[in-house]
Design a protein around this ligand. Structure first.
Ligand code: URA
Length: 444
């Protein structure tokens, strides 16, 4: 079999066989196919799509590119949550410690920033010393000791995704439902979980801009998980404006600590409680979502969630004193407020542009080997619906390099739409919930 034939077949709209997909994924993982051919194949998949059968074969090849963990000797249900990616989307860092504080095991394998969206691993690495590259033995030890461990893909777990993810990030091949499904589900199915909560984003800052596209991606992933014997739910949640107020790696850690201190922005707290409730419910720790919400809120109010976060940071080699003094997190040297030019109300925020602004400042990667500046980012002061006066700050840029500032500033200035009247309707934070094959409208 030759890589070029597989690329050509997909380019021309053909359906690849499981053998062709397995050949391509295993050869790329073992460096027998170069990045340029893999990039061409990714673009062909993005443009042509994949059938259900191709997606199943792709996910299985990615999953079996490495080991599949087994934690069945550890007591209780193991549960995880994964997001399709957004801007200021930092819920994992609140809910993983919260759910672990309830006694449920959370083995979490996360990704780095992808396109304009941030990544849990990059955020965690802004905590001095935090090691996301644990060996599998260390991963198990941390999980068994404190109930939660947070790592990235290793050479052992879904290594195909590790390579493809980095390549997609810089080749404009992120926004493809089959590629997202294979990427997320291979990591999640490899991590030895029994249940998975998916947070599928929709809106201007999501990869799936429309609710329909987000729903069909969610169905694809739920179906894949159910087929592999997992308890699954997907929440379609809003990403039409940044979640919370802070965007950027260290800034987002700071905001998660605020939430675990019982403060923080209302939208972020609400989504964290909802996702944590679903995790507790699927794990069988509570018998209803209301009870799950109450338990998660209690664990935050009592400080148990924050203490669990401290334990995780310490066990993974990080400096847990950032919890008591967030000033110890990396700080940008310069700040620039972005001022409103008019009086009125914020009617929309082009959310992807806010993510790109953070990336351009150095918070994300433009090329595979770029390093990240953990300190930079954007603090959003005015969200959709807020009243503003001319000259008032809409957001503040945290930056270290003057050369990167002007592009970020332009993106942020252009991202806000201000009108004399407030928006007529507000988008809900949770649009819809998809459990198994059953659809449940939010609120019913
Ligand atoms: N998160 C992932 O892990 N993979 C994707 O492709 C998108 C979001």
């Amino acid at each position: 079999m030759r890589a070029i034939d597989v690329i050509r077949k997909k380019r021309d709209g053909g359906e690849l066989s499981p053998e062709e997909i397995e050949f391509f994924i295993s050869s790329y993982t073992s460096d027998r196919i170069p990045d340029y051919q893999a990039a061409a194949w990714l673009m062909a998949v993005l443009l042509r799509g994949m059938t259900r059968a191709e997606i199943a074969a792709f996910t299985e090849s990615m999953l079996h590119s490495g080991s599949v963990l087994d934690f069945s000797d550890l007591p209780g249900c193991k549960v995880d949550k994964h997001s399709t990616g957004g801007v200021g989307d930092k819920t994992s860092l609140v809910i993983a410690p919260t759910v672990a504080a309830a006694g449920v095991l959370v083995p979490m394998i996360s990704g780095r920033g992808l396109g304009h969206s941030g990544g849990t691993l990059d955020k965690l690495e802004s905590i001095p010393g935090f090691n996301v590259n644990l060996s599998l033995a260390e991963f198990r030890r941390v999980l068994a000791t404190c109930g939660c461990a947070l790592i990235g893909q290793t050479a052992e777990i879904a290594p195909a995704d590790k390579k493809l993810y980095a390549l997609r990030d810089v080749t404009a091949t992120v926004e493809s439902p089959p590629l997202i499904c294979g990427s997320i589900m291979s990591k999640k199915l490899a991590e030895g979980i029994d249940a998975l909560v998916l947070d599928v984003k929709t809106g201007s800052g999501a990869f799936m801009k429309s609710e329909e596209a987000a729903t069909s991606l969610a169905e694809l992933m739920v179906e894949t998980g159910v087929r592999m014997g997992k308890k699954m739910v997907a929440l379609i949640t809003d990403m039409d404006q940044p979640l919370g107020n802070k965007v950027g790696n260290a800034l987002e850690i700071e905001e998660c600590i605020e939430v675990m201190r019982g403060a923080g922005p209302a939208d972020l707290r609400e989504l964290c409680l909802e996702l944590a409730a679903w995790m507790l419910f699927l794990a069988g720790r509570v018998t209803s979502l209301d009870e799950g919400q109450r338990l998660a809120a209690e664990l935050i109010a009592s400080g148990a969630a924050l203490e669990k976060f401290r334990e995780i940071i310490t066990l993974q080699g990080g400096d847990a004193s950032v919890i008591d003094d967030t000033g110890r997190l990396p700080q940008a040297h310069n700040r620039l407020p972005i001022l409103s030019r008019s009086n009125g109300f914020v009617v929309s925020i082009q959310c992807e542009q806010v993510g790109v602004a953070s990336l351009v400042l150095g918070g994300g990667r433009e090329k595979k080997d770029d390093s990240i500046d953990p300190a930079v980012g954007v603090v959003v002061h005015k969200k959709v619906g807020a009243a503003v006066h001319a000259g008032e700050p809409l957001s503040t840029v945290h930056y270290n390099s003057d050369a990167r500032l002007s592009e970020a500033r332009r993106l942020l200035e252009e991202s806000y739409a201000i009108a004399p009247q407030p928006p007529i309707s507000r988008r809900p934070l949770i649009h819809r919930i998809i459990q198994g094959i059953r659809h449940v409208e939010a609120g019913t």
